[in-house]
Design a protein around this ligand. Structure first.
Ligand SMILES: [Zn+2]
Length: 491
């Protein structure tokens, strides 16, 4: 057989096998057979340098240092969608579309939290990958995208084909990456999206290759010209061409059906292997889509329903220490108040000195806040790109802010302790603990009342609790106490 032809054949065959292995998880050949064909291809390519192709399976995992990223102007603007947050806004969107197309149906798909990407093919060969950039012009990141196993290098389609989608880092890869960062004492990545973006924009292609990135395609450019007239068929066509497409989408005729998809997706969101931040709703008919066109900045034919933000950015205004019942000094972040997952957050525990160092948090930094388990706010990272030189690294104090005694950190311990056993903060902390539900569960003596009595010097030790009856008059003189309430406490 013609060696040039055999090279082409092997490249396609090996890609099919790789797809079966990595994407479909259903290999049809043994590892030995795969390796044998790979070696055959390597040998043939070595004899034919004129046929070298960076898309070849032999080349995809080899790292290289790029000089920089070229710019590329998108043939059709790559816009982000307008966001909505409520069912009412969804109803408004559907009504707007139905005003022009009364019979319009819609497609609902997951909205991935990654990096938008356009893939270009010429006569079946992968030639280019471009980031969204500012929507008009993006960066050419072909070499890094080539390292993503699920991106096909060869497709069965003539002429120019452009598909768009989202590069993302699976949750499990993200966790593994941060474990490695921890071991190497490197700063942690804030979330999978930042990690994916950092990998794609790294000039060393071996970095992207090591990060286990994935892609979902959801947009077939000029699908009408390819004889496809709905978004649902476009998704199916891309899937059939070998692109990774999330086939868990729904064609919906009513707001109720769209809302049901949004609710169903919300429920399974945390168990998905990738991060999503909402649901995209598009007009199904591609002719209607073209007719609806664009607003100034966003498409009119699609909208993104966003789940309440679980992660937001704000400013780390200061760090202050609190001293606990056992004398542990805990650093806390003072934050410019910000809404996260429905509530206002203005402070968060930073736990200990190591956490502040590992996450490289400096006073004045823009930081990323997340609600852990959607309840407790957590400062997960600083946004280093937003530093302007005024940020100040935090120096852990060496004295207790309450009593002025020395703070010490024992070897092998993460916490600092106040060394003074009579430290008022420790005394008050232990009093609050004593009356709390977990300990004595004393009715009518909550944290506020303990603080009040402590400040009035009526309650300095745990023994004092049993002598409160002797201080009846002084206590009743304080704000918020009545005879009835006091009797109840004594009981
Ligand atoms: Zn102290």
């Amino acid at each position: 057989m013609d060696e040039a032809l055999r090279i082409q054949q092997l490249r396609k065959q090996l890609e099919t096998y790789a797809r079966e292995y990595y994407i479909q998880d259903a290999p049809t050949v043994t590892d030995q057979e795969y390796d044998r064909l790979m070696h055959e291809l390597e040998d043939l390519e070595a004899g034919h340098p004129e046929l070298a192709d960076p898309n070849s399976p032999t080349q995809r995992v080899i790292g290289a240092i790029l000089p920089g990223f070229e710019k590329y102007t998108h043939a059709r603007r790559m816009l982000s969608l307008g966001d909505i947050f409520s069912r009412e806004e969804l109803e408004e969107f559907v009504a707007r579309v139905r005003k022009e197309f009364p019979g319009a149906s819609f497609v609902a798909e997951c909205k991935y939290d990654g990096l938008a990407m356009a893939l270009h093919y010429e006569d079946g060969r992968f030639v280019r990958a471009v980031t969204r950039g500012d929507g008009l012009t993006g960066e050419v990141v072909t070499a890094n995208v080539r390292t993503i196993r699920s991106v096909p290098m060869y497709i069965d389609a003539p002429g120019h084909v452009e598909v768009r989608g989202e590069v993302y880092m699976p949750k499990v890869s993200f966790e593994r990456l941060n474990e490695v960062q921890t071991t190497l004492h490197l700063p942690l990545f804030a979330n999978p999206r930042n990690a994916a973006a950092g990998s794609i924009r790294n000039l060393d292609t071996s970095v992207a290759a090591s990060r286990n990135l994935e892609i979902f395609l959801y947009w077939y450019q000029n699908a009408l010209e390819h004889g496809i007239n709905t978004q649902a068929r476009a998704l199916e066509a891309m899937h059939a061409m070998g692109f990774p497409v999330n086939m868990d989408f729904a064609v919906c005729d009513t707001v109720d059906e769209l809302w049901a998809f949004i609710e169903k997706t919300r429920e399974k969101r945390s168990s998905l292997p990738y991060e999503i931040d909402g649901v995209v709703i598009k007009v199904n008919s591609l002719e209607q889509e073209e007719a609806l066109g664009l607003n100034a900045k966003t498409p009119r034919y699609a909208i993104a329903y966003k789940y309440p933000a679980q992660e937001v950015q704000t400013r780390l205004d200061d760090i202050f220490l609190t001293i606990g019942r056992t004398g542990v000094a805990t650093p806390n972040a003072v934050l410019t108040p910000v809404r996260v997952a429905g509530t206002l957050v203005s402070a968060a525990s930073l736990h200990n000195e190591d956490l502040i160092r590992d996450r490289d948090l400096r006073i004045g930094d823009t930081v990323i806040i997340r609600k852990a388990g959607d309840i407790i706010p957590e400062v997960i990272a600083s946004v280093k790109e937003q530093r302007d030189g005024t940020q100040v690294p935090y120096v852990f104090p060496d004295t207790c802010p309450v009593c002025g005694s020395e703070l010490i950190r024992l070897p092998e311990e993460a916490d600092h302790f106040c060394t003074n056993p009579d430290c008022p903060a420790q005394v008050l902390g232990s009093l609050i603990h004593f009356v709390s539900r977990e300990a004595m569960n004393i009715d009518g003596l909550g944290e506020k009342k303990v603080c009040q009595l402590h400040e009035a010097h009526l309650l300095d030790t745990i023994q004092d609790i049993y002598h409160l009856a002797e201080k009846r008059e002084e206590i009743l003189a304080l704000h918020g106490w009545s005879d009835k309430g006091f009797d109840k406490l004594l009981a």
